[in-house]
Design a protein around this ligand. Structure first.
Ligand code: GLV
Ligand code: MN
Ligand code: MN
Length: 439
């Protein structure tokens, strides 16, 4: 028999401690960047946030390391040598002018879990790893979840040279600029045999839980995303001197493409698809010059991978026809592509049973946003816990979740990891016994 853990009395997360950590991270924002939090991927500020995480984890007696991709991993030893690890965590970077919760909620809940385990002397058979992922947001380089894609083997060193930010800095150079060796990211890969299960807590970033008055969501499905850059080339010319019928106006074509994309996503054939132009860059950007160039950044999301890719292909095809009609050019580039992911039922059921055991109401729901969980699920069976987002708002300074709501999520996380530990250890012992008995 292995050294099975006994379930401790309920571990209650401290809302004040959680809020204090949220405030500490929120203060790490690019000066002069406007409202909300701006802490972009692979910047000194993101590294500072990782150092805050690492310091608290070290103070709790955990072993802490940062991998070549900039992910910070703190480990609490298990009681049975040689077992694969359980893990939890989320990301510390943000979009421009973000709120204080996206990603951070999952990291502070992981920190709280580590604190509760230490304070209550909790023993678990498997080691537990607390992870702060780097560069989850696609806002800077187009590609989301870079840190977790690297550990999952979905992004390799050779993929870091062709992704650029708005200033032309490549992902590889951005890593280098914060002291991370891009050529060595292969070493950050996780071995499936080294992992037993992973759970990410996140804010919902939608309004389902709030509308239903349900405090906890357990995620079954995470949307995929196809990202495109549509470059429209017109002819820059004088706004007064050029008659309307002699124009090749890149801005007017772009405006029509934006509306085309909206109407395609609203089409019943694409029901469930969300398609957005979140960024439109126009050159030369002068009130007295017809636009010669317009770049549209398009994000197509869906829980159905066929519909996601078909919608993206239809956007390109229809935009091409529209540009021919308007006498402007169009180049379409793929910026990033991630498939939707179905999370494993047994992890989800364990989290749902944990909620039942704690007497906490929950509902199962899909995620519209992308998550590190989606990537690491390629190497380790993963679950997700959602806490409510006020008015469903996210990627905005108005993003908000009550400290009590987050604390309840952290309770579920702390207990859920221990339930996974208990079930996995029991399954393993049953297996060992069967082997010993030759059955
Ligand atoms: C991550 O926040 C995403 O864009 O879904
Ligand atoms: Mn996030
Ligand atoms: Mn986000």
């Amino acid at each position: 028999m292995s050294n099975l853990t006994t379930a401790p009395a309920r571990l209650n997360a401290d809302p004040e401690r959680l809020q204090k950590r949220l405030d500490t991270f929120a203060a790490l924002s690019e000066p002069g960047s406007g409202p909300g939090v701006t802490r972009l991927a692979y910047t000194p500020l993101e590294r500072e946030a990782h150092a805050v995480f690492a310091d608290e984890m070290r103070s709790l007696g955990l072993t802490v390391r940062t991998d070549a991709a900039g992910n910070t991993i703190a480990e609490r030893a298990g009681t049975v040598p040689g077992l694969p690890a359980l893990g939890t965590g989320s990301h510390l970077d943000s979009v421009p002018n973000a709120g204080a919760y996206d990603g951070i909620a999952g990291v502070v809940a992981a920190m709280e879990t580590a604190r509760l385990y230490r304070d209550h002397d909790v023993a678990h058979a498997h080691p537990v790893r607390f992870v702060a992922f780097a560069a989850e947001e696609g806002a800077r380089f187009g590609q989301a979840c870079t840190g977790s894609r690297i550990v999952s083997g979905l992004t390799a060193a050779q993929d870091l040279a062709d992704k650029q930010d708005a200033d032309g800095i490549t992902l590889a150079d951005a890593l280098r600029s914060v002291g991370l060796p891009p050529e060595a990211v292969g070493a950050a890969r996780w071995e499936p045999a080294d992992w037993a299960a992973f759970v990410e807590l996140h804010i919902e970033q939608g309004g389902v839980l709030e509308a239903a008055g349900t405090p906890i969501g357990v995620v079954d499905l995470i949307s995929g995303s196809t990202r495109l850059l549509l470059e429209v080339t017109g002819r820059a010319s004088h706004t007064g001197g050029t008659p309307m019928h002699l124009r090749a106006d890149a801005m007017a074509a772009a405006a029509e493409i934006v509306l085309l994309i909206e109407s395609l996503a609203n089409d019943t054939r694409h029901h469930g698809t969300r398609a957005t132009v979140g960024r439109l860059q126009v050159e030369p950007g002068s009130i007295t010059t017809i636009a010669g160039k317009a770049d549209l950044y398009v994000d197509v999301r869906d829980v159905d991978s066929d519909r996601q890719r078909l919608t993206a292909a239809e956007i390109v095809e229809r935009a091409q026809a529209l540009c021919v009609r308007r006498g402007v050019g169009l180049t379409a580039r793929a910026l990033a592509d991630a498939s939707p992911v179905i999370l494993p039922g047994w992890v989800r059921e364990t989290l749902a049973d944990t909620c039942r055991g704690l007497g906490v109401d929950h509902r199962v729901l899909p995620s519209g946003a992308s998550h590190d969980a989606q990537m690491v699920n390629h190497v380790v069976p993963t679950g997700m816990v959602f806490v409510p987002s006020r008015e469903g708002i996210s990627h905005s300074p108005l993003e908000w979740t009550g400290a009590d709501e987050l604390a309840l999520g952290a309770d579920v996380l702390a207990a859920g990891l221990l339930e996974l530990d208990r079930r996995l250890a029991a399954a393993r012992d049953g297996h060992d016994e069967r082997e010993e008995n030759g059955t």
